[in-house]
Design a protein. Structure first.
Length: 256
């Protein structure tokens, strides 16, 4: 398969992956929104008395930052800002993607996995999030990635996942349901919050995946354009040589 065909295949696959990532992010978003409604209904219900400290982060706990990069090449400086942020970060970290690189003296990476492992073995990340929230190990959890808005707009983003902004309102929400509770609410809420964060992280990852493939699609477009220009230049050279040979042949025939 020629270089042109390889680049065209990469270009086509990039477009398909952008659409796939958008659809998956929308699917996760619906579940994430419902989880947040459930959490707020429990927190603000008039019939429930809950000590909010049981689900609040410890103010002296460390920070956890989750970085999302990528595994594959041919996507320009997609990881440049992420790697720069990682090298200046002295908090605890989870790194997702082969192309993320840390400092030589790095000692706070608690997990570094590939994108394939993120898709196939999400439980590794999930367990760390659950442990961090339930055991209140971190005062803050952030995700750093490239956010996809549209094909013309990508943004390097640092998004706070935890603690949640419980005061943000949801349309049509009410808090007057009569709950009957036979369990300690705090552990249940912490598990719901951890589940919510996992969905938030998957949405961010899908946005990052779309952004990565938009960059790759743009670069393959440029590559195809350059291949066309190179082939056009080669064609001109061949045509010029042919004209020279034809002219030389005419001259030789004339002399004979």
């Amino acid at each position: 398969m020629g270089v042109r065909n390889v680049v065209k295949v990469m270009n086509f696959h990039s477009l398909l992956r952008v659409d796939k990532a958008r659809r998956k992010a929308a699917m996760y978003f619906d579940t994430e929104a419902e989880l947040f409604k459930v959490i707020r209904k429990i927190l603000y219900n008039r019939n429930i008395i809950l000590d909010k400290k049981a689900i609040s982060p410890k103010p002296n706990a460390p920070v956890l930052n989750i970085y999302i990069g990528n595994d594959l090449g041919f996507c320009g400086d997609f990881n440049f800002a992420i790697n720069k942020e990682v090298r200046n970060d002295y908090e605890y970290k989870i790194l997702i993607g082969k192309k993320i690189h840390t400092r030589e003296d790095e000692d706070k990476v608690i997990l570094h996995i590939t994108k394939d492992e993120f898709f196939d073995s999400f439980k590794k990340v999930e367990d760390l999030i659950y442990d961090g929230v339930v055991e209140r190990k971190y005062r803050e959890i952030n995700v750093i990635y490239n956010h996809y808005h549209n094909v013309n707009s990508l943004e390097f983003t640092k998004k706070k996942l935890f603690p949640l902004d419980y005061d943000s309102e949801s349309e049509g929400e009410t808090f007057d349901e009569d709950f009957a509770m036979e369990t300690d609410l705090a552990p249940m809420l912490n598990n719901l919050i951890a589940l919510y964060l996992c969905y938030e992280l998957k949405i961010c990852e899908m946005n990052s995946y779309a952004a990565e493939n938009v960059v790759r699609q743009q670069l393959t477009n440029e590559s195809l354009k350059k291949i066309d220009e190179m082939e056009e230049e080669k064609f001109k050279v061949r045509r010029k040589l042919k004209k020279q040979k034809d002219f030389q042949k005419i001259i030789e025939n004339f002399r004979k």
